[in-house]
Design a binder for this molecule. Sequence first.
Ligand code: ZN
Length: 172
Amino acid sequence: MSKLPIITLPDPVLRQASAPIERVDADLLRLADDMLETMYAAPGIGLAAVQVGVPRRLIVLDVADTEQGEAREPLVLFNPRILTLGAETRVYEEGCLSLPDVRIDIERPKTLRVGYIDRAGAARELDADGLLATALQHEIDHLEGKLIIDFLSRLKRDMVIRKFKKQARQDA
Ligand code: ZN
């Protein structure tokens, strides 16, 4: 496994819609393992393939609290899609590995059911609530080119984008 560079704003690939995966092959399984390693090292609780510059519909997650002694629970989902969303919502302060130092309170459905293809290529469904439900919605948003700043007003969103553009110019 190897750690991959994480793409950050304002790289336009983050705004690209990701293409469906037709078949889970060895290359994609290796990519999923590399994404998990990248996510754990960051550290983060979720990562979409587009965030490492591969606009394909693949996300990895692990919301286990290992600092509290919980064992790792890596999840790899190919072609994830939301089947149903619960009526109740929760607000959670979300961050994103592609937007370092940005935290935004976002209200989303508290529960959901997701359909996906697993590592073996089998169709599966997953019911989630709480942090996992939030993280799944965040990562699936990435597959449509949607970012947490899209939940802000245009004024605030433009401020964040300007900050990242300025930073990118300074780093160049
Ligand atoms: Zn993100």
